[in-house]
Write a protein that binds this ligand. Structure first.
Ligand code: GLU
Length: 429
């Protein structure tokens, strides 16, 4: 590929997650016959920032953490995306996640490019005071690079409404007035919207039901396995159990994988995690090896944790009817080829569609903050489901008409929109 020789490539190319995002794009660029002159312009992130964050810990030691922010493209508006606190976060992973945010936003018609970033830290090892210091210091260092019209942060793995509130406060103190529109996923009292935390999982449940309807399968007769029990996994599991009436036969987090063909009590698991932080001691289900968990039989399989969990070694072994990708990048391109051969057996709801409910609701929050005019919950839910429904229909239609996978269809719609914007704007100067 031409961009393999690019000097820009060197920033991120050593990272396997970024290489995966590039590989996916190459496949799509060939499929869409995108001229070479546009390829690098589309895939290479526009800006990236790395910062070092010295924090005084509770015991008096000073620890320096690494923080990142990557803004993928600024062709149609500000960039948008989550802030992740995760021990394995790298610049390359942030870049890959920013690229996926771009396709996601374009697919569902939001006027944003993608962004992503965060801090390489295990948030479970920090006290609340240390979390606050790190969050404030991160935003402080980011002030020259972000803004309500430049780059708007939101929550992601390891962050929550409280972290967003610290970001908002730090930015606002610098500005000298409240700037709620600088972040989304804030508490309602400072310009957040009700249901942002639940919105990604709600979107996943809506789309799973939509897919089952498309396949003529009754949700109440289905079993589901959910990998990951954070914001997205827990809300999805509850929704599939109590809204769709499914039997949840598998639940997991980073400490344990639980399986019970007779069904697990999701609300008990939720209460357990609120009290004990993890599922480790949850007294239900058989303990299963992580490498066997995703290949257990079920109707609906929901990876809702990290990237690259479905790969060349397990894709052919999946035993689900619907694969709902609630996580970002859970399926490698090699696995995708195998899933493509199983298109009749497994209906994939690709990540850029499946988890878009979160950023759509963030967009609603940003619009309302910018206008200081707030909508009702019903208006928001209604708009969310309408956008997801339109995107689902567009993906299904394109997949059928062009005989391509749902992922190819979804990414093609997103990438074409970015390409069109770049074409319309032309090159400056
Ligand atoms: N973390 C969310 C995602 O991966 C988006 C965060 C936001 O709302 O900006 O889609």
């Amino acid at each position: 590929m031409a961009f393999a020789q690019s000097s820009m490539e060197s920033f991120y190319s050593s990272d396997p997650v970024f290489r995966m995002a590039v590989k996916q794009f190459e496949v799509l660029a060939d499929h869409l016959e995108i001229p070479q002159q546009y390829r690098q312009r589309i895939i290479q992130p526009k800006r990236s920032v790395t910062v070092s964050l010295p924090i005084e810990l509770d015991d008096g030691r000073v620890e320096v953490y690494h923080g990142y922010r990557v803004q993928h493209h600024l062709s149609i508006g500000p960039t948008k995306g989550g802030t992740r606190f995760s021990p394995r976060l790298t610049l390359g992973e942030s870049a890959a996640l920013s690229v996926w945010m771009s396709w996601k936003c374009a697919l569902v018609g939001l006027p944003y490019g993608g962004a992503k970033g965060g801090v390489a830290v295990d948030p479970n090892k920090l006290s609340r005071r240390e979390m606050e210091k790190l969050s404030r210091r991160y935003m402080q260092e980011m002030i020259p690079f972000v803004g309500p019209r430049t780059d708007i942060m939101g929550p992601d793995m390891g962050t929550n409404a409280q972290v967003m509130a610290w970001f908002m406060d730090t930015y606002s103190m610098h500005a000298g007035h409240a700037v709620p529109e600088i972040v989304t996923g804030k508490p309602v009292a400072i310009g957040g919207v009700a249901g942002r935390r639940e919105s990604t999982g709600r979107g996943v449940v809506f789309l799973v039901e939509r897919a089952l309807d498309h396949l003529n399968i009754e949700p109440a007769k289905c079993t589901a396995i959910v990998q990951g029990f954070g914001n997205v996994g827990s809300v999805t599991a509850c929704g599939l159990a109590y809204r769709s009436g499914m039997k949840i036969t598998g639940l997991s987090d980073h400490t344990v994988c639980l399986y019970d063909p007779k069904g697990l009590d999701v609300s008990a698991a939720d209460r357990h995690v609120q009290e004990h932080k993890t599922l480790k001691e949850f007294p239900q289900g058989e303990r299963v090896k992580p490498e066997d968990f995703l290949t257990l039989p079920c109707d609906v399989l929901v990876p809702a944790a990290v990237e690259r969990v479905i790969h060349a070694s397990n894709a052919a072994l999946l035993r689900c009817r619907v694969l709902a990708e609630a996580a970002n990048g859970p399926t490698t391109p090699e696995a995708d080829e195998l899933l493509d051969q199983r298109r009749e057996e497994i209906f994939v709801i690709p990540d850029v569609l499946c988890n878009a409910g979160g950023v759509i609701t963030s967009y609603f929050e940003w619009v309302q903050d910018m206008q200081s005019l707030f909508w009702t919950d019903i208006e928001m839910t209604d708009r969310l489901y309408r956008i997801l429904d339109t995107a689902f229909n567009a993906v299904s239609k394109r997949s059928k008409e062009r005989n391509v996978s749902n992922r190819t269809a979804a990414m093609a719609i997103g990438i074409e929109r970015v390409l069109e914007a770049k074409r319309d704007r032309g090159l400056f100067p």
